[in-house]
Write a protein that binds this ligand. Structure first.
Ligand code: SF4
Length: 92
């Protein structure tokens, strides 16, 4: 159902006719580690995550798996070239 409380207008799994059924009856604001993530949205009631109702719990045991602002080790690459491709490039 569409949220009518803090994330007004957004479809949410926890919303039903009786209201928000999430623990505490409302979403929780983002935490410091969420700064820079594209899932953070400014609402009149504060900054909330569009994916999770409780961002702090996503960071409790390591990095949030949906964060868009973290670089993973594989993104950086190892700086080595594939020798086969390199030799082909040289031959061309
Ligand atoms: S996706 Fe993760 S890092 Fe991004 S705002 Fe939500 S909880 Fe924070």
């Amino acid at each position: 159902m569409v949220c009518t409380s803090v994330k007004e207008g957004y479809e949410c799994f926890f919303m039903n006719k009786k209201g928000c059924e999430f623990n505490g009856g409302t979403c929780h604001t983002v935490v410091e580690q969420c700064e820079g993530c594209q899932k953070v949205k400014d609402f009149p009631t504060g900054k909330y995550c569009l994916s999770f109702p409780d961002p702090a719990s996503k960071w409790r045991h390591g990095n949030c798996n949906m964060a868009t602002h973290l670089k993973t080790a594989s993104d950086k690459g190892n700086g080595k070239l594939n020798p086969l491709k390199a030799s082909k490039r040289r031959a061309a």
